[in-house]
Design a protein around this ligand. Structure first.
Ligand code: SR1
Ligand code: MG
Length: 404
């Protein structure tokens, strides 16, 4: 007899049905449940349960003891608690942009939440070059609300320190420290570089000592700067969309880190969509429409983030010294420099490191793939080395247009 109340184990689809019937009071007693494991991420199991009578459905997301991408990564299933807890906070700060949470189970390390089956993962939608008119507005609002309200600008400093403690996430942070900040910048055996791109990587990335030094400085910032409660893995695979709605999922990498980490991450992933469009859309009109949309979205995310952050700052700030003239400008300049650096790091790591993105790997023509990847790497260097020079959306899009 399966028991869910004593010891953790990873569930099968049949277990998930029994779990829903015995541990949840979401479905009616006579529900005819079916279940499919639909997880396609690197780390977790995602069960979709549907009552075939009423079509009511939910998601049970369970953390496994090792990453699906490779069992080299032993990651505590307690990360499900972090994901659950941040979802609750995001649900208070910005309910329209996250799924509703119904239940959390600390023994089975699973969270039960709203099924978003009417939505599409943004990365997949971008692979078929779809556009979403409200995306920049939604993402900039989500970023401002989550990054400002959880920072020392707004929270009492003791309360903020309690939150830092609650969201200590050492194993998931270690993945980022290794895969984003360290391995891509030397010839690490775990890297996976496409052969057409390898000569550029050897000559322009692994041989560049000034670049290595800057990545070392940035790694120490990542290790030490507890600025805001960040999502920690804010790429296009962590965002669900319909034509007019946006939902952010998969925040298991959450911890107190640099606010610019989330902004830089999403901008870099939009750049992957851009280079994919450049290399794979044959028709020039269609191509420029799509790539123009991506550039506009990037510019708008940065500019709307700044505008909304400034407005929200004056409404919400509680820290007296943050109101001194010039401080807000200092804070935003610093945040945008961090953003630019993370754009560069994410661009480089997805080309060189262990966890590539489909926007690049799906480019079937070898020359085109190498062209797209090298464009990302050239831009990455500019973003990292010149990170102090980014203040406006246009500063970001200019680097893309000049290198891609
Ligand atoms: C071992 S996990 C590899 C990558 O997948 C996640 O989505 C994060 O981006 C991580 O770096
Ligand atoms: Mg994820």
């Amino acid at each position: 007899m399966t028991t869910f109340t004593e010891t953790y184990f990873t569930m099968t689809e049949a277990d998930a049905i029994t779990y829903a019937k015995t541990q949840l009071s979401i479905f009616p007693e006579d529900a005819m449940l079916s279940c499919e494991e639909i997880g396609d991420g690197n780390l977790n199991y995602v069960f979709r349960l549907v009552d075939r009578k009423t079509f009511q459905s939910v998601i049970i997301k369970q953390a496994g003891p090792v990453a699906r991408i490779s069992d080299e990564f032993k990651v505590s299933p307690d990360r499900n608690r972090i994901e659950h807890d941040i979802l609750k906070i995001q649900g208070q700060l910005t309910p329209e942009f996250v799924p509703e949470v119904y239940h959390y189970d600390p023994i089975m390390n699973c969270t039960v939440m709203e099924d978003l089956s009417d939505f599409t993962i943004l990365r997949k939608a971008f692979l078929s070059h779809q556009t979403f008119p409200n995306l920049a507005d939604h993402l900039s609002t989500f970023l401002v609300r989550t990054l400002l309200s959880t920072s020392d600008l707004v929270l009492g400093h003791k309360e903020k320190k309690d939150q830092v403690k609650a969201f200590i996430n050492p194993e998931l942070c270690e993945i980022t420290e290794d895969l984003v900040y360290t391995e891509p910048f030397y010839d690490c055996p775990r890297n996976e570089v496409f052969e057409g791109t390898l000569p550029f990587v050897r000559e322009e990335i692994w041989s560049d000592e000034s670049l290595a030094l800057e990545t070392a400085k940035l790694k120490f910032q990542f290790l030490t700067k507890a600025q805001s409660l960040i999502h920690g893995d804010f790429h296009t695979g962590s965002i669900f969309v319909t034509n007019d709605q946006t939902k952010v999922i998969d925040a298991e990498f959450a911890f107190y880190g640099q606010a610019g980490y989330d902004i830089g991450n999403i901008i870099a992933n939009l750049i992957f969509a851009f280079v994919n469009g450049e290399q794979t859309i044959e028709d020039p009109t269609e191509r420029s429409h799509y790539t123009g949309y991506i550039l506009t979205t990037i510019q708008q995310i940065i500019d709307q983030f700044k505008e909304k952050f400034i407005d929200a700052f004056y409404d919400q700030v509680t820290e007296r010294v943050a109101e001194y003239p010039g401080f807000l400008e200092f804070y935003l300049e610093d945040l945008l420099a961090d953003t630019a650096a993370v754009v560069g790091l994410e661009l480089a790591r997805r080309v060189i490191g262990l966890a590539p993105v489909q926007d690049l790997t799906d480019i079937t023509d070898a020359d085109k793939r190498a062209t797209a990847e090298i464009a990302c790497l050239k831009a990455a260097k500019v973003f990292i080395l010149n990170r102090q020079d980014f203040f406006h959306g246009e500063d970001f899009t200019r680097v893309i247009s000049e290198n891609a």
